[in-house]
Design a protein. Structure first.
Length: 276
């Protein structure tokens, strides 16, 4: 029984990987047509004090950061505000990019116990980061990352193709520290607090030479935030992001393939000060 179960699990992962590979192969040429030049530019303040990741946003530094909406349609129907709505804030220090997200989601759903199986069809917060703001393809490499943060705070992204040319799925929990909690009053919003460690495109899974990038004033980073919402269906019902994406052949779900669609953030000491 144990051997049969392992075989079934491995077979499912291979099938899911091949499905993604087929989808990407058919859209590879059109994705290259996007342009980083059209991305929005956002100033992000440096945190005035250390941030404790506990889902409470208790630090006064959060008060100086502006809320930004998560309100751009990517996949599925656009949900009602009761079903899903969201907004977020950003801060930084030399070690981390910090995210505070306030999410309204009336039904939380996680149908797969295995964190590597169809994780995109469960409720999750998705953080897209491109450390050097270079744009370009990142689906099967580490030119940029698309971190799917599950309800159990585990973090998944697509890795490189394996020897069978099938995608691999990776747990990258050491890249992201995340905690969320429900508020105690209606509409019982989820408050996420996230610290992201940034790595450049030389990152190699399992290597001892991976070193986090030190963040500095004036640095540009590609960034987008999104939420996968599913109220109980086989596939996610809504996918909503912080960035308006121009569709290619009707497809706006481009962020996991190319960093060209990310916004650009500027790291500043204070909003209003310009990086040099």
């Amino acid at each position: 029984m144990k051997i049969a179960t392992c075989f079934k699990k491995t077979t499912l992962q291979i099938l899911f990987g091949l499905l993604i590979l087929i989808m990407c192969t058919t859209s590879k040429v059109t994705v290259a047509a996007t342009s980083k030049k059209s991305a929005s530019l956002l100033n992000v303040e440096r945190s005035s004090a250390p941030i404790k990741i506990d889902g409470q946003l208790a630090e006064s530094a959060w008060n100086s950061a502006d809320w930004r909406d998560i309100n751009h349609h990517i996949l599925g129907e656009m949900p009602t505000e009761k079903d899903f709505s969201g907004r977020y804030k950003l801060l930084w220090d030399t070690s981390y990019l910090y995210i505070a997200a306030e999410i309204t989601d009336d039904i939380l759903f996680d149908q797969h116990a295995d964190p590597l199986i169809k994780y995109w069809d469960d409720d999750c917060l998705e953080v897209f980061v491109d450390e050097d703001n270079s744009g370009g393809d990142h689906q099967f490499n580490f030119n940029a990352f698309a971190y799917h943060i599950a309800l159990d705070n585990q973090v998944v992204d697509i890795g490189k193709l394996d020897e069978r040319k099938a995608p691999t799925f990776l747990l990258l929990n050491d890249h992201v520290n995340s905690q969320w909690r429900r508020q105690q009053t209606p509409p019982y919003q989820m408050v996420w607090e996230v610290a992201v460690t940034l790595y450049d495109d030389s990152y190699e899974l399992g290597s001892n030479d991976n070193h986090p990038v030190e963040l500095k004033r004036g640095k540009k980073i590609g960034f987008m935030l999104a939420y996968c919402d599913n109220d109980g269906s086989t596939e996610r019902e809504h996918f909503v992001g912080s960035t308006a994406i121009t569709p290619i052949n009707g497809d706006k779900n481009l962020g996991y393939k190319t960093a060209d669609v990310f916004d650009t953030i500027f790291l500043v000491d204070k909003v209003g000060s310009q990086p040099k």
